[in-house]
Design a protein around this ligand. Sequence first.
Ligand code: 0O2
Length: 271
Amino acid sequence: MEIRLWRELLIPYELAVKDLVMKFNLLKKEHREKNLYSPIEQVIGRVKSINSILEKMQDKQISWNELEDRIEDIAGVRIICQFCEDIEKVAELIRNRSDMKVLEEKDYVTHGKNSGYRSYHMIVSYCAETLAGKKEIHAEIQIRTLAMNFWATIEHSLQYKYKGNVPVDLANRLAKAADSVLELDEEMSLVRSEVMDAQKTMLHQSNLVADILNNIENLYYYANRSVAGEILQEFYQLYQEKNCKKLEYFYRELDSLAESYHAQALTYEDI
Ligand code: 0O2
């Protein structure tokens, strides 16, 4: 029998997981930079452990040759959302990407599993580029809410502990907890628009403060240090008032001041 070199086999999967986690985190960042609500709250990735792959091969009678075709979650990415409505938004973002192709979708959100498990799964093919060249691999993307993730994490540990034979009373408790998770997600959806508004305001202020300080630092390094120092003090005073409208006004004033210094610099260069 030909020797399987696990390290070599897993390299493209490790690369794909790193790529995908980075790309989804960048999507989240891009939303925030544009002052948009991000349906992505958190991104986690993992390469399935060799032990777990071997277990699955045994359970499902998968041969070495079928391994990469039949085990679709060697590369796994989990996208956690705040609200149930965000799951479909993330799924749509994935469907519209050109760097991955959706092969299959499993909706365990609408049709939860008997265990109480809820999550949206997408199997995608992704091209990993290693030293050895390009390789198309499969990856499983699990999309779920924070509450669904809490339940699944706890239940997964118990499944592991009892090797799939969770005692009936515990299974009943888990089923009850799953109902509470569903209820919690539904309750949270009712306050979604208010939460989104609050988060948008927080994000706007955070971006505004970063822009103001960036402008003051530019002024400090490239224009007038003492003026920059005075403006910084003014900003700290204004900041204490916690008034976003005044901060916006301050930012606009600062912007035109920076513009005038820029114009002056250009005039000097022309002389
Ligand atoms: P691990 O340790 O997370 O890697 P299928 O061939 O489609 O019938 P498959 O391949 O198991 O079955 O696909 P499925 O059912 O979509 O499950 C894929 C993954 O979803 C699992 O991987 C789990 O991570 C998660 N999952 C599915 N069902 C449950 C559940 O009842 N409870 C929890 N906590 N997670 C679940 P692995 O390989 O089982 O585990």
